[in-house]
Design a protein around this ligand. Structure first.
Ligand code: ADP
Ligand code: MG
Length: 239
């Protein structure tokens, strides 16, 4: 009995200690021009990181690299346990199921309700039972305070509410890592702070790590304890 308990503790510890992101000397090129030049980065489970950098400095490219959206030229990249340089095309959906992706321009489906937007993602990721689907959707929409608006079309929601819906969508499959690419880029300052706080709290609740790109320094003041990494010309620095 004792040894089984010990083994379990060890397994749990090991899982807790495995980074959700591990990058070593990562290079990404567009044509012959490097967009990421030897990036090193480790993100541990549950960590929150701000990713700073001017337009064109490489923020979106890094996030794309993490969800296997751009080819890797060189280096090591592992994300939620997947070695992306060995990832087979057919295993991409499996990787993406472990990630929650939040875009600046939402990328909701505008021809259907909020509920149907969520159902679409669940069905595309293998969920079949109607009852389970319904329960899951109402859970994530409640987490972002949108349960009462689930029958609305995206255009019947404010920008802030649409971004909350995108956050709910990102939570559907219990992600270990949330990738947010300038999620507050189209929102007013007050709503931006609200969205930051929402991402912070749901990530904590779900035990997800977060990489949150922004050029809005006011948000950093709002969450001064967060780790900050900064791009300059494709090179990543840590403060
Ligand atoms: P950021 O998100 O920080 O604004 P990006 O990662 O989008 O920066 O871009 C980094 C660099 O890579 C920029 O110089 C940009 O012009 C270039 N770039 C981005 N996407 C492409 C692409 N699909 N083809 C060619 N160059 C690109
Ligand atoms: Mg960008």
């Amino acid at each position: 009995m004792v040894s089984i308990t010990k083994m379990k503790t060890k397994e749990v510890q090991q899982e807790v200690m495995t980074p959700v992101v591990h990058l070593q000397n990562l290079w990404v090129m567009y044509e012959d021009v490097p967009a990421l030049s030897g990036v090193n980065l480790t993100i541990m489970p549950g960590e929150f990181l701000f990713l700073l950098g001017k337009t064109g400095s490489g923020k979106s490219t890094l996030l794309k690299a993490l969800y296997a959206g751009v080819p890797i030229a060189d280096g090591h990249i592992s994300v939620v346990g997947h070695d992306l340089r060995k990832l087979k095309f057919q295993d991409k959906p499996k990787l993406r199921r472990d990630l929650g992706i939040v875009f600046q321009d939402f990328k909701l489906l505008y021809d259907r309700s909020l509920y149907d937007n969520m159902e679409f993602v669940l069905r595309a990721t293998g969920w079949k039972r109607k009852k389970k689907i319904k329960a899951r959707i109402s859970e994530v929409l409640s987490a972002v305070d949108l349960a009462e608006k689930m029958d609305r079309l995206p255009e019947q929601l404010s920008g802030g509410e649409q971004q909350k819906a995108v956050i709910a969508r990102a939570l559907l499959n219990q992600p270990k890592l949330i990738l947010a690419d300038e999620p507050t880029g189209n929102l007013d300052p007050e709503t931006s702070i609200e969205i930051l706080n929402l991402v912070k709290s749901v990530a904590k609740q779900y035990g997800a790590a977060v990489l949150f790109s922004t050029h809005d320094l006011a948000l950093l003041e709002e969450f001064a304890e967060a780790r900050v990494v900064q791009f300059s010309g494709g090179v990543l620095f840590e403060d």
